[in-house]
Design a protein around this ligand. Structure first.
Ligand code: KIV
Length: 285
């Protein structure tokens, strides 16, 4: 069985050039499946707004939503490092607000760290949170919570100026005390320079191969979510298709009456019971 990664391991893995992988989970069952896999890290992302709650973006997600979803993930994945995402509006009012909500996520869910979006402009808040004892993972590049201000869901760092700004953002996050950072939707050359410019691991999603860790949304890589597929997502399995096929087989056999056969029905004298009804009056021998 895999050993749970620690915050110290993030830095150590970078120093040793050891890669690792990081996926999302928002419920007990998927968390327990990831826990059984070799993937080292789970993010309970605010992407749950789209994937679990059916919203068109992440901004409506609340602290209560996050607490509700992180708790079962922590229960389901004891050997996996778990990140709790700070939702929009939970850390942009003041340092005090950010510390209070960071404390809440860790205290009420048992997750191992929090993640929040933003670069240089968030550095002071992050430094205050780290000083208060909250482990913080940064998130720069395409930041979905503020995507509208970035011109929509598009690749970031495509000009020399914006690439240089991203590298400044990464250095500011490192200086503020982030132990790692997510870099989303950035050209691979820019991601390479940025990864080389900091000592903390860079966890890339849509950032090419030269980062320290690859991140994907589990429901995307397993083909569970539906038709939406960003360019950077590889479909490693198509579980949705298999799920629909399974449901259709159940439906068909129900209509035909071939399910449940004897194998799936309680007969007399099974499992120590005299009567056909296991629930509702069956007499134990
Ligand atoms: O919420 C999320 O799933 C994320 C990933 C895209 C990194 O922030």
């Amino acid at each position: 069985m895999k050993k749970k990664m620690t915050i110290m391991d993030f830095k150590k893995f970078k120093e040793e050039g050891k890669k690792f992988s990081y996926v999302t989970a928002y419920d007990y069952t998927i968390a327990s499946i990831v826990n059984e896999s070799e993937c080292e890290v789970i993010l309970v992302g605010d992407s749950l707004g789209m994937i679990m709650l059916g919203y068109s973006g992440t901004t409506p997600v609340t602290m209560d939503d996050m607490v509700h979803h992180i708790r079962p993930v922590v229960k389901g994945a004891p050997q996996t490092f778990i990140i709790g995402d700070m939702p929009f509006g939970s850390y942009n009012v003041s340092k005090e607000q950010a510390i209070m909500n960071g404390n809440r996520l860790i205290k009420e869910t048992g997750c191992d760290c929090i993640k929040l979006e933003g670069g240089v402009e968030m550095a002071e808040t992050i430094a205050a949170m780290v000083k208060a004892g909250i482990p913080v993972m940064g998130h720069i590049g395409l930041t979905p919570q503020t995507a509208t201000s970035l011109g929509g869901f598009r690749v970031q760092g495509g000009t020399p100026e914006s690439a240089a700004q991203l590298i400044e953002d990464a250095k500011a996050l490192e200086k503020a005390g982030c132990f790692s950072l997510v870099l989303e939707c950035v050209p691979k050359g820019v991601a390479k320079s940025l990864t080389e410019a900091v000592k903390i691991p860079v966890l890339g999603i849509g950032a090419g191969p030269y980062v320290d860790c690859q991140v994907l949304v589990t429901q995307d890589l397993l083909g569970m979510y539906g038709e939406f597929k960003p360019k950077f997502v590889k479909l490693f399995k198509n579980i949705r298709k298999e799920m629909v096929e399974g449901l259709n087989e159940f439906h068909k056999e129900t209509l035909e009456g071939t399910f449940p056969s004897n194998e799936y029905s309680f007969n007399a004298k099974v499992e120590g019971y005299e009567l056909d009804t296991l629930y509702g009056g069956g007499t134990s021998k």
